[in-house]
Design a protein around this ligand. Structure first.
Ligand SMILES: Nc1nc2c(ncn2[C@@H]2O[C@H](COP(=O)(O)OP(=O)(O)OP(=O)(O)O)[C@@H](O)[C@H]2O)c(=O)[nH]1
Ligand SMILES: [Zn+2]
Length: 359
């Protein structure tokens, strides 16, 4: 390996830099193609500077484009030509569905087709993985990129989710819990320094037998605030209590807030739900899929902790299937039905009808 590569960032480390740049509103260079910025963090000054480089293209997901009645020529994404006189307000209204019902007609939108959609697709992937609204502005670069911008390849951006992450356990300590006094919290950090995930080990589970386990996705509103809009808080408590009663178990607390779209986008989804859309429709209007979580992280962490087989506390068959597909034997699905209320009856019914959850 060349010394400059050993000292400099690897492709995955560059990707993490690119995410931070997009969150700040700084353009990222897609090598050999051009510049990409996220609409959510774009400033008027940067928009003007990008416009001076050449014709701009707005990239949306196919989900968002369908809501806007724009043509989708590239399967999962749509490329929209940005008119010369378009301002930031125009771009934001297309990216953010907050005002869709108040201002329904945003067109006519001219969709671009042909050529290589890889550049546009990479920009959307980056915005999504930065937990911003999935909408990006791209511009081709005729010459070399300005100095000091993070450069990544389209291929690396497209494969970002598939690059296996190595997780180092960082630290662990005893934490006696209300639900179980014999608690131990382990902190895991991916090698690229991205989001940390936690494991709460109850007792001293026997690694040679299937362990009572839960993959819990972070829900600030439910877990911390006691929101009645979902069942997450009571599920977290019930899972730990059950592990306490059995004397052994492991709960992975995965920082995949809002089924992977982040808390800011989840609140956007909640606003749409107040306008009458259900949890799945709200995700789609924002431009996301129903569920953007990567459950492979859970499988990797279980293996790291020495577990190969689990009795999984969940109502979600997709979690069982993902663990099985990633080398963890699920010997039993243990239902976890708690926390139903009049506020979340519709939410739970939608998950059963559209996402395969078992009510
Ligand atoms: N995008 C979005 N995320 C939500 C919403 N309500 C809860 N969440 C998130 O959904 C995740 C919990 O997922 P659930 O679908 O409730 O449950 P599950 O983890 O798939 O399945 P179980 O194991 O049965 O609980 C957490 O990350 C919550 O933050 C919502 O309306 N929209
Ligand atoms: Zn929740």
């Amino acid at each position: 390996m060349k010394p400059e590569f050993t000292l400099g960032p690897s492709p995955t480390e560059r990707l993490n830099r690119a995410r931070a740049d997009l969150r700040m509103g700084v353009p990222v260079v897609l090598d050999g193609y051009g510049l990409a910025v996220a609409i959510e963090s774009l400033s008027p000054e940067r928009l003007a500077a990008l416009g001076a480089l050449g014709p701009l293209t707005l990239v949306l997901t196919a989900r968002r484009a369908q809501t806007l009645k724009a043509r989708v020529y590239d399967e999962d994404i749509a490329r929209i030509a940005v008119p010369k006189d378009a301002d930031l307000g125009w771009l934001r209204a297309l990216a953010d569905p907050a005002d869709d019902l108040r201002v329904p007609m945003k067109g006519p939108l001219q969709a671009e087709r042909g050529g290589d959609p890889g550049f546009a697709r990479a920009a959307i992937r980056l915005a999504k993985s930065a937990q911003l609204l999935p909408a990006a502005l791209i511009v081709a670069l005729p010459h070399s990129a300005p100095p000091d911008l993070t450069t990544i390849t389209v291929q690396d951006a497209l494969q970002a989710a598939d690059i296996p992450q190595a997780f180092g356990p960082v630290s662990a300590a005893r934490v006696p819990l209300r639900a179980a006094e014999a608690g131990r919290l382990h902190i895991f950090r991916p090698d690229d320094g991205s989001e940390e995930h936690y494991a709460i080990e109850i007792g001293q589970p026997d690694r040679s037998k299937p362990v009572l386990a839960r993959l819990h996705s972070a829900c600030f509103t439910g877990d911390v605030l006691g929101s009645l809009k979902c069942d997450c808080g009571p599920q977290l408590d019930a899972a730990l209590t059950r592990m306490g009663h059995e004397g052994a178990g492991v709960l992975l607390y995965l920082n995949q807030e809002g089924r992977g779209i982040g808390l800011a986008n989840k609140m956007r989804a909640y606003s749409l739900q107040d306008q009458g859309f259900d949890t799945v429709e709200a995700n789609h209007r924002l431009g996301f899929e129903d569920d953007e979580r990567d459950f492979r992280i859970g499988a990797a962490l279980l293996k790291k902790l020495g577990f190969g087989a689990v009795r999984l506390l969940t109502n979600n068959p997709a979690k069982v299937a993902m663990l099985q597909a990633n080398g963890i034997d699920v010997t039993e699905r243990v239902p976890l039905k708690v926390g139903m209320s009049r506020h979340n009856a519709g939410y739970l019914a939608t998950k059963a009808a559209k996402s395969g959850h078992i009510l």
